[in-house]
Design a protein around this ligand. Structure first.
Ligand code: ADP
Length: 174
C-alpha cells in the first residue's frame, strides 16, 4: 500500500470516489460524507484524462475539491489517470464509490462496475444515493445555470460558487 499524503494509511479501509468534478457540487459532497460513514478513509480521485474539455483545469478542479471538503476528516484529494482499477489497487483501495441519482445513471454505472470487476476482484464498487435535494444535480446543470446568471446557493460549496461567478463574471452578480 502506498502512502497517501494527509491521511494515516495504516488505519481502516480505504475507498476511492472518482470523478471529473467539473466542478464539485453539493451532491458530490453528500456522497463523500456518506462514504465516510462506511470507510475510514476516502480519496477523492479527480480524473485527468477526459474525453471532453472541462470548464475548469485540473489544478482548479483539485483546488475547488480541496477547499470544499476541508471540513471532512479522513479525506484526501488526488488526481489520477489511466485505468481506475489500477489506480485503486495502487493506493490500496478496497472500494470504488459512485453516486446514483436516477435510473438514468444506472445503466452506464452497471457497465463500468462489471467491467472493473472483470479486471480485478480486489476492488468492489459501492453505489450510494444522495439526499433527495441533490438527486437532480449535475455539474453540467450547474455550469448552465452559472452561465445564464442563475442562483447557485445551496447547490455548490461556496468556493465553487465564487469560481463560477468569476468565470461568468459578465452575466452573474458582482
Ligand atoms: P464522472 O464524469 O465520472 O461521472 P462526475 O464528477 O460527474 O464524474 O461524478 C462523479 C461521481 O459523483 C459519479 O458517481 C456521479 O454519479 C456522482 N455524482 C455526481 N453528482 C451527483 C449528485 N448530485 N448526487 C449523487 N451523486 C452524484
Amino acid at each position: 500500500m502506498s502512502k497517501t499524503p494527509g491521511i494515516d494509511s495504516s488505519i481502516g479501509r480505504l475507498a476511492i470516489l472518482p470523478g471529473t468534478f467539473d466542478p464539485i457540487t453539493n451532491g458530490h459532497v453528500d456522497i463523500l460524507e456518506r462514504s465516510r460513514l462506511l470507510f475510514e478513509r476516502v480519496i477523492v480521485a479527480v480524473a485527468t484524462n477526459l474525453k471532453k474539455t472541462p470548464l475548469f483545469s485540473l489544478d482548479e478542479r483539485l483546488r475547488l475539491v480541496r477547499e470544499s471538503v476541508a471540513h471532512l476528516e479522513g479525506v484526501s484529494i488526488q488526481s489520477f489517470d489511466g485505468l481506475l482499477v489500477d489506480y485503486a489497487r495502487h493506493v490500496g483501495g478496497v472500494a470504488i464509490v459512485r453516486g446514483l441519482r436516477a435510473i438514468s445513471d444506472f445503466e452506464y454505472e452497471l457497465q463500468m462496475a462489471l467491467m472493473n470487476r472483470r479486471m480485478t476482484e480486489q476492488v468492489e464498487t459501492v453505489f450510494m444515493m444522495p439526499s433527495e435535494e441533490y438527486s437532480f444535480l449535475t455539474s453540467t446543470i450547474i455550469k448552465e445555470i452559472a452561465a445564464l446568471g442563475g442562483p447557485l446557493t445551496g447547490l455548490v460549496p461556496m468556493p465553487v460558487e465564487q469560481a463560477l461567478r468569476k468565470r461568468f463574471r459578465n452575466r452573474m452578480g458582482p
